[in-house]
Design a protein around this ligand. Structure first.
Ligand code: HEM
Length: 399
């Protein structure tokens, strides 16, 4: 008998997607760090996730993250100098003033998308708000920041969707045979070819966009074209599915909690904390993979061998009763506490301010323009790794 807790759980079983919380609670109750007989370690505890994210030299981005994003992307790099130099290229674009400058663009696009949603509601009585708003908005925003032409946006969404689905066949990944992984690899190649063309063009025709920023930067002059492409590609991926899934959860929650919706309509000051509460309660990044790099690495007394894969269950950490009272309740008056939905430490999310702005703009516009609605059909969900609703049919109620 092994002297550590062990369970056999397929996190990618579609049956658990609509309500993964009981399974995640079982993992948490089994111990701080649990062996999954599917072939990896996992933790559902907030403080264990933090401890792991605090030791990137011992347990870091090796393995799935580096394979998915490419080793030269700064999300894959634990070496501080290179990581920080690359991240710094875009820090101001994703900081408060960079994001504030995008508000008018986002407001206009959300307005136009909601015009179409309202027309559809008048015509058909119901509309699926995911393809009408939640999915295209973040793709539009990040493509706009990159200076990608509007007519490329549907293709960008398709590429990003394949990448987001890379883990849908379950963990550990069979890199040679898993159809989801292979589809993601193909999408990455197509995206790479497109981005290389964009980089070459921006080198001689710089503009005020994210691709030009790296093409014109000091570090951009030192790294290969391939490395530059990989860093841009990570942004396109990271800024897409995550935000659209958060928007989907927000729309569902506002539809299912009419009292909270009315309270937010009356007092918009409550909105930012309520949106954070949605993200804590319905985390998007359920699976954050890590790889053990250093001999002797240990987590809460459990030594982990070099090469082992470790899964941080960030969504589950958002419902850890050790950190949050009544964690399964959606409570917009909850005492605010930093959650882990945007990561922690060296690799904490570069796009959090942008995602928050998009969430705020969407939720405000919905409260203004669709003050009373309900969820009209059963929800469907995508892949567990980045869990979010793939269709949310809504119906207007008389207000
Ligand atoms: C609700 C929306 C979002 C969620 C839940 C989210 C979540 C996360 C998480 C959990 C990490 C940590 C990754 C790790 O430790 O391995 C991360 C990192 C990152 N995110 Fe986000 N993200 C969101 C939106 C965005 C947006 C809009 C962008 C912009 C393009 C973005 C860009 C990045 C980048 C570049 C990193 C890597 C940072 C680094 O390594 O220094 N994210 N995000």
């Amino acid at each position: 008998m092994a002297d550590y807790p062990s369970l056999d759980i397929d996190l990618y079983d579609p049956a658990i997607l609509p309500d993964p919380w009981p399974v995640l609670a079982r993992i948490r109750e089994a111990g701080p760090i649990v062996w999954n007989e599917q072939g990896y370690w996992m933790t559902a505890h907030d403080r264990v996730c933090r401890q792991i994210m605090n030791q990137p030299d011992a347990i870091g981005q090796e393995g799935l993250i580096a394979s998915l994003f490419g080793e030269e992307a700064f999300i894959s790099t634990d070496e501080r100098t290179t990581h920080n130099a690359l991240r710094n290229v875009w820090v101001s674009a994703f900081g408060k003033s960079g994001v504030d400058a995008l508000v008018p663009v986002v407001r206009k696009v959300v307005g136009a998308m909601l015009d179409a949603v309202e027309a559809k509601l008048r015509e058909d009585g119901q509309v699926d708000i995911v393809p009408a708003l939640c999915r295209p908005l973040p793709a539009y925003v990040i493509a706009h920041m990159m200076g990608v032409a509007d007519d490329m946006i549907p293709t960008v969404i398709e590429w990003a969707d394949h990448m987001a689905n890379a883990t849908a066949g379950g963990l550990p990944i069979d890199y040679e045979n898993c159809p989801y992984w292979l589809a993601s690899e193909k999408a990455k190649e197509d995206l790479a070819a497109y981005l290389i063309g964009q980089i070459r063009y921006r080198r001689t025709n710089p503009g005020d966009d994210l691709i030009s920023r790296i093409a014109q930067s000091e570090i951009g002059g030192r790294i290969s074209e391939q490395a530059m492409m990989v860093n841009i590609r990570q942004l396109l991926f990271a800024g897409n599915e995550t935000t659209s899934n958060w928007l989907g959860h927000i729309l569902v929650t506002l539809g299912e909690y009419p009292d909270e919706r009315r309270a937010l309509r009356e007092d918009r000051m409550l909105l930012p904390a309520a949106l954070e509460e949605v993200l804590r309660w319905q985390g998007v990044t359920q699976v954050l993979p890590r790889g053990v790099k250093q001999a002797g690495a240990s987590v809460f007394g459990q030594e982990l061998p070099v090469g082992a894969e470790v899964v941080l269950l960030l969504g589950a950490a958002g419902r850890d009763p050790e950190r949050y009272e009544t964690p399964d309740a959606f409570d917009i008056q909850r005492e605010p506490k930093p959650h882990l939905a945007f990561g922690f430490g060296l690799h904490s999310c570069l796009g959090a301010t942008l995602a928050r702005m998009e969430a705020f703009e969407v939720a405000s516009a919905i409260l203004d323009r669709l003050p009373e609605y309900r969820i009209a059909r059963p929800l469907t969900f995508g892949n567990f790794s980045l869990r979010g609703p793939t269709s949310v049919w809504i119906e207007r109620l008389e207000g």
